[in-house]
Design a protein around this ligand. Structure first.
Ligand SMILES: Nc1ncnc2c1ncn2[C@@H]1O[C@H](COP(=O)(O)OP(=O)(O)OP(=O)(O)O)[C@@H](O)[C@H]1O
Ligand SMILES: [Mg+2]
Length: 284
């Protein structure tokens, strides 16, 4: 990969929260079009790293560049422009319980205020279909949704501004195996259709095997390894060994390919009707 294809460049970052050093001299590069997984023990600083990438946390030292813009040092207007090129699905869902599904998904559009009111409805309904939900779901409250539906609505909201970059923090955590599988299939499809770059925190091995190009391991306050799944899974490191325990034999290229193809076979992820897909293309 060429350095100029880098979408995210984290260079020598040190993060201190409440007097505790969370990251020390952390480096990470994410390239255009890849799905990068971030793994690491609980409390190792994965969510904090995402917050740094979103500009919600400021590092004590080092720099974070997204789309070539140095966060924290670019003008507020520049940051605003960058901000609308990414979408985020937070670890704890974070739908507004007082708003129905429609208004939750529409929120970023309304905040941005650059889309005429008449366009809000078709755009929201398009995203709803894109994540495999029915038009009638638009009028439900978050409390009336299943866990899998909450994730889909959150994903629709993350995608409403047509971002190039998507951050996902534990997107399949708390889902039953079937819903997790459907969600992963949906991600694979969206990634193919929208050409997204994805940074995803996950501790779910199946999700890794299904969608990820490279894996970064956060341990000892930095990224101790970053590379293709098959390479990272064989690292002689206690966390990595435990993480991939019983899954090493699935890492062979052929097995991975077979597993991924088997996911594409079934189409119960609420695929997007062709008509809607065309509408989406025209919108771009
Ligand atoms: N706002 C904060 N103030 C002080 N300490 C914090 C804050 N947010 C997180 N921390 C601490 O930073 C460390 C890393 O937290 P973080 O949420 O990034 O971990 P994580 O890797 O995402 O864990 P998990 O897998 O459980 O989600 C933890 O020790 C946590 O207690
Ligand atoms: Mg976390």
């Amino acid at each position: 990969m060429n350095r100029s294809d880098a979408i995210i460049e984290v260079d020598g970052v040190t993060t201190v929260l409440d007097g505790h050093v969370i990251h020390r001299g952390l480096n990470l590069t994410v390239y255009r079009g890849e799905v990068m997984a971030l793994i690491g023990g609980s409390g190792s600083g994965k969510t904090t790293l995402l917050r740094l990438l979103l500009g919600l946390e400021v590092p004590q030292a080092g720099s974070v560049k997204i789309f070539g813009h140095p966060l924290g040092r670019c003008a507020a207007r520049d940051l605003e422009r960058v901000r609308y090129r990414w979408g985020v699905l937070f670890q704890h869902g974070a739908l507004f319980s007082a708003l129905n599904v429609f208004d939750n998904i529409a929120l970023p559009l309304r905040e941005l205020n650059s889309v005429p009111d008449s366009l809000v409805k078709p755009l929201v309904m398009l995203k709803l279909a894109q994540v495999g939900l029915k038009p009638a779901d638009a009028f439900k409250r978050p409390a009336e949704l299943s866990g899998g539906m909450v994730k889909r609505v959150s994903l629709a909201r993350a995608l409403i501004l047509d971002p190039q970059l998507l951050f996902l923090d534990e997107p399949t955590a708390g889902l039953d195996p079937d819903s997790a599988k459907q969600f992963v299939r949906l991600l694979r499809r969206l990634r193919q259709e929208l050409g997204l770059t994805v940074v995803m925190v996950t501790h779910d091995v199946d999700t890794l095997f299904a969608v990820v190009d490279r894996v970064a391991v956060l341990a000892e306050q930095r990224i101790i390894a970053c590379g293709p799944l098959a390479e990272v899974a064989r690292l002689p490191h206690a966390f990595v060994r435990n993480f991939f325990l019983g899954h090493l034999e699935r890492c062979a290229e052929d097995d991975l390919r077979r597993f991924r193809l088997s996911l594409d076979d079934t189409s119960d992820d609420g695929g997007v009707p062709a008509l809607l897909r065309e509408a989406e293309e025209t919108h771009h």
